[in-house]
Design a protein around this ligand. Structure first.
Ligand code: SF4
Length: 246
């Protein structure tokens, strides 16, 4: 039976994801990777899918991309416990390949419920897959990164940035990611002020096809998520283009 308490309900959903066999990815998982962080977070990160290390440990963003995310969080005065981190998919695709449309459709309900329960002010999407899913728009991350936009059907702001894995091996992407993160602090502060004062509207036109049913709570929470884990040497870490990160 569903609980009204977000943290309790998230824990219930985590158990459901651990037992989920709705798509073939359950066959290869060591652990599902549901998400981690504060159920009251104002900032939530949504990556792509668990990678090698995440699958082993059942935790989001624990590989090299996770270390970079920690560094980026620290650069704006935050740590993991201040945010919530999740992924579009909860189980690792083989060899870190791109998520497939059918897998996303089967799994998206978990993410939608996470967002609804946490009710963050801002969802920072990491890379193409989460950005396209939550914006309902086809635009690639290289076009929309660093530009806040409305999440269809809600008053949550989406803030797309490059996936940290895309910045690990490409200094130019790292610079862009760092710059986008530096603006995130200001966006969070502006959002906080907006809650204190009369609420402003988001600055971008809503997408045409709302895809995420976000249940509004009183939410002043922040969330965060996982991303593509970096495979160990020999595991065949694909390049950024293969991951659909650009
Ligand atoms: S990826 Fe999602 S839908 Fe597929 S088995 Fe894992 S939890 Fe279920």
């Amino acid at each position: 039976m569903a609980s009204a308490d977000p943290a309790t309900r998230l824990a219930e959903l985590q158990r459901e994801a651990a037992a989920c066999n709705a798509c073939p990815l359950h066959e290869g998982r060591t652990n599902s990777v549901f998400g981690a962080g504060s159920s009251r977070a104002r900032l939530m990160f949504v990556g792509e899918a668990p990678g090698y290390h995440e699958d082993r440990l059942g935790e989001p963003f624990v590989g090299q991309a996770g270390k970079l995310l920690d560094k980026l969080l620290a650069s704006i005065g935050l740590k993991r416990g201040d945010v919530y981190i999740a992924n579009v998919l909860k189980c690792r695709p083989p060899n870190n390949r791109d998520p497939q449309t059918a897998e996303i459709e089967k799994c998206r309900g978990f993410l939608e419920q996470q967002i609804g329960l946490i009710s963050p002010a801002i969802v920072c999407t990491l890379g193409n897959f989460s950005t396209r899913l939550l914006s309902g728009q086809p635009h690639g991350i290289s076009r929309v990164h660093g530009r806040p936009q409305a999440m269809p059907g809600s008053d949550i702001r989406l803030y797309p940035v490059y996936h940290p894995a895309a910045a690990l091996y490409t200094p130019a992407n790292l610079k862009v990611l760092e710059e986008d993160f530096s603006r995130l602090a200001g966006i969070l502060e502006a959002n906080h002020q907006a809650k204190v004062e009369p609420s402003p509207k988001v600055d971008a036109a809503p997408a045409a096809n709302p895809q995420v049913a976000v249940e509004s709570t009183d939410g002043d929470a922040a969330a965060g998520g996982d991303g593509t884990g970096t495979a160990p040497a020999g595991e065949g870490m694909p390049g950024g283009e293969q991951l659909g990160l650009f």
